[in-house]
Design a binder for this molecule. Structure first.
Ligand code: NAD
Length: 541
C-alpha cells in the first residue's frame, strides 16, 4: 500500500538550449556526435528481459553520408514478434497493478535523464540517424520528448480526478483501467519524440506495448530504450522489434489480444492497418482502439493585407526546416497578386543564404532527406514541374545524392491551383505557390479547403481582423491546427495539442488529455452503503 501522495511536475516547457559558439552544450554535442559517428553500434531487439541480436542485420547509414556505416540493427523473425507480444502480456498484470504514482515517477525520471545526462546522446543519435540539425534535434529529441513525458503525467492525474457524483448512501467512482490486451505502437522516422511518446503515453496509463519504430529512426530508438531502462521501467512493458513492417504488423494484428494501435506515419499505411483490423474484427477480444496521425498538405494563405516579410519568413521556416519533412511543413502557398513579387523577392534573398550539408557543421540550416526512396520521389516531382506547362521552378530544383540525399530548397510557381504539387504530400523541401487576384481572396479559401484530401495544419496571414474571422469560419475543417500570422509548423506540447482530421488522422491530439483517454477503458464502480432489503417502491403503497 502506498503511503504518500505525488507532486506533479510543473506545467513548464523544457527550455531549448541555444548551442551558441563557446557554450558548454555545443562542446558536448560535438564531442558526442564525433564519438558516436566514429564507432559502430549493434542494436538488438528488446523483448522482455532479453536483448536479442539476430544474424540477419541491416546497416545504419546517416542520410547525409550514406556510405558511412555507423551501426547495424537486428531484423526480427515471426517468432520474435510473438515472443514480444507474449512478454508484454506476461507483464500486464504486474504493470496494471503498479500504483500510478510509481508509473509516473519512472517516466518523470526518464524525462530528467533526457534533459540531463542523455541530452547530447539522444540529440546526436537524431542528428546522425535522421539528419537533423542540432536545433531541430534539440526541439524534438530533447525538448518535445521531455514535454510529452512530463505533461502526460499531469494529464493522467486530471483524467483520474474526473469522477461521477456520490449521492446519499451511494458512492460512485470510475476506475480508469488500462486496456485489457496490448498496444501496438508503430512510429515514423521524422520525430524521435513521437517514437518515444507513442509507447510511453499508453504505457503511462498502465498498458503494455509492442513497439515497431521506423527503420530510419532506430539509432535514437535504441537511446530511448536505454533511457526507459535506466529510469526503472520494468522490462517487458515496452518491447521493441525491428524488421519487416508488414510481417510484424500481420503478426500483431492477427493476435486476439490486440487492444489498440498507436500509429503515426503515412496515410496509405494507416488505411492498410485499419482495413486489416476490419478484416480481423471477429478474432479480437476488444474492439481495438485505432489512433493514427498521418499525412498533410499544409497551407499558408497570405491575405492582401499581410506583411510581406512575415509571409516569406513563414514560408521559409514552414517549408524548409528539417528539409520539409515535418507532417506540418508548409507545402502549398496562396499569395495575393499585389504582394507576390515582394514576397517572392524576399524569399529568394532569404533562400540564397541557406547553407546545406552535414548537421555537424552548425552553419547548415538544412541537411539531407531521409533515404533514397524519398530522394527519388521528391526528384520526380521537381522534374515533373520542370517539364509541365502549368508549373515552373522559381528557386532551387537542384539535387545531388553522391554523398548524402541533398535537395536544395525548391519553390515551384504554378498557374493551376489544383496542380499535383498543390495536392499530394511530397515530404521534402519543395513548396508550391499559386498567385491569386486580390479581390478573389474569399474564393481562394474554397479552393484551399477542397484541394487535397488532408486537413492537418494551415496558416492564415493577415492584418485584417474581419478576414481572419472569415477564414476561421470557412476553413473550419481544413486544418486540425490552424495558425494565424505564424508558420503552420512547430507545435509545442501543452500549448498547441497536435493533430488533423480528414485523411490526416483520427485527431486524437498528441500532447493532450484527449490522447491519453484512448488508452483507458473506465470501469464504473457503484457501492451502496445501505442497500434495500425489500423490493416494493413507495408509490406502490
Ligand atoms: P511511413 O508510413 O512510411 O512509416 C511509418 C511506420 O509505418 C514505420 O514504422 C514503418 O516501418 C511502418 N510501415 C511502413 N509500411 C508499412 C506497412 N505496409 N505495414 C505496416 N507498417 C508499415 O511514414 P514515415 O515515412 O516514417 O513518416 C512520414 C509520414 O508520417 C508522412 O506522411 C507524415 O505526414 C506522417 N507524419 C504525421 C504526423 C502527424 O502528427 N500527423 C507526424 C509525423 C509524421
Amino acid at each position: 500500500m502506498k503511503k504518500n501522495t505525488f507532486q506533479l511536475p510543473k506545467r513548464i516547457n523544457e527550455e531549448t538550449k541555444e548551442y551558441i559558439k563557446g557554450s558548454k552544450e555545443r562542446k558536448e554535442i560535438i564531442e558526442t556526435y564525433n564519438s558516436m559517428f566514429s564507432k559502430k553500434i549493434d542494436i538488438p531487439l528488446f523483448i522482455g528481459e532479453k536483448e536479442i541480436f539476430t544474424e540477419n542485420k541491416k546497416n545504419i547509414t546517416p542520410p547525409h553520408d550514406h556510405q558511412k556505416i555507423v551501426g547495424t540493427y537486428s531484423l526480427c523473425e515471426e517468432i520474435h514478434v510473438k515472443d514480444a507480444i507474449k512478454s508484454a502480456l506476461d507483464k500486464k498484470n504486474e504493470w496494471t497493478n503498479t500504483p500510478w504514482q510509481e508509473r509516473a515517477s519512472i517516466f518523470l525520471k526518464a524525462a530528467e535523464l533526457i534533459a540531463g545526462p542523455y541530452r547530447s546522446k539522444i540529440n546526436a543519435a537524431t542528428m546522425i540517424g535522421q539528419s537533423k540539425s542540432i536545433f531541430q534535434a534539440e526541439i524534438d529529441a530533447a525538448c518535445e520528448f521531455v514535454d510529452f513525458l512530463k505533461f502526460n503525467i499531469i494529464f493522467m492525474s486530471e483524467i483520474y480526478k474526473e469522477q461521477p457524483i456520490t449521492v446519499g448512501n451511494v458512492s460512485n467512482r470510475l476506475e480508469y483501467r488500462p486496456l485489457e490486451g496490448f498496444i501496438y505502437a508503430i512510429t515514423p522516422f521524422n520525430f524521435t519524440a513521437i517514437g518515444g511518446n507513442l509507447c510511453a503515453s499508453a504505457a503511462l496509463m498502465g498498458n503494455v506495448i509492442l513497439w515497431k519504430p521506423s527503420d530510419h529512426q532506430i539509432y535514437s530508438a535504441k537511446v530511448i530504450m536505454d533511457i526507459f531502462n535506466e529510469a526503472g521501467l520494468p522490462k517487458g512493458v515496452i518491447n521493441m522489434v525491428t524488421g519487416d513492417p508488414e510481417m510484424v504488423t500481420n503478426i500483431a494484428l492477427e493476435n486476439p489480444n490486440l487492444s489498440g494501435i498507436h500509429f503515426t506515419g503515412s496515410t496509405h499505411v494507416f488505411k492498410g492497418l485499419w482495413s486489416k483490423v476490419g478484416e480481423n474484427i471477429n478474432i479480437y477480444k476488444d474492439y481495438p482502439r485505432i489512433v493514427g496521425e498521418t499525412g498533410g498538405k499544409d497551407f499558408i494563405v497570405s491575405h492582401p493585407s499581410s506583411d510581406s516579410k512575415v509571409v516569406s519568413t513563414a514560408i521559409l521556416r514552414g517549408a524548409f526546416e528539417y528539409q520539409g519533412q515535418k507532417c506540418s511543413a508548409a507545402s502549398r502557398v496562396y499569395l495575393p497578386e499585389s504582394k507576390s513579387d515582394e514576397i517572392l523577392e524576399n524569399l529568394k534573398t532569404q533562400i540564397k543564404t541557406i547553407k546545406m550539408g552535414s548537421p555537424i557543421d552548425f552553419e547548415n540550416f538544412m541537411t539531407a532527406v531521409i533515404h533514397k526512396n524519398s530522394f527519388d520521389k521528391i526528384v520526380k516531382y521537381i522534374e515533373k514541374a520542370r517539364n509541365d506547362d502549368e508549373a515552373k521552378i522559381l528557386i532551387g530544383g537542384d539535387y545531388d545524392d553522391s554523398k548524402g540525399y541533398f535537395i536544395s530548397p525548391t519553390v515551384i510557381l504554378t498557374t493551376d491551383p489544383n496542380y499535383i504539387t498543390m495536392n499530394e504530400e511530397i515530404f521534402g523541401p519543395v513548396v508550391t505557390i499559386f498567385v491569386y487576384a486580390d479581390n478573389e481572396w474569399k474564393d481562394i479559401l474554397k479552393i484551399v479547403d477542397k484541394t487535397s484530401i488532408y486537413a492537418l495544419t494551415g496558416a492564415f496571414i493577415s492584418k485584417d481582423e474581419e478576414s481572419i474571422e472569415y477564414a476561421l469560419k470557412h476553413l473550419r475543417y481544413s486544418a486540425g491546427n490552424f495558425y494565424i500570422n505564424d508558420k503552420p509548423s512547430g507545435a509545442v506540447v501543452g500549448q498547441q495539442p497536435f493533430g488533423g482530421s480528414r485523411a490526416s488522422g483520427t485527431n486524437d491530439k498528441a500532447g493532450s488529455k484527449l490522447n491519453l483517454l484512448r488508452w483507458v477503458s473506465p470501469r464504473l464502480i457503484k457501492e451502496n452503503f445501505n442497500p434495500p432489503t425489500d423490493y416494493p417502491y413507495p408509490y406502490m403503497e
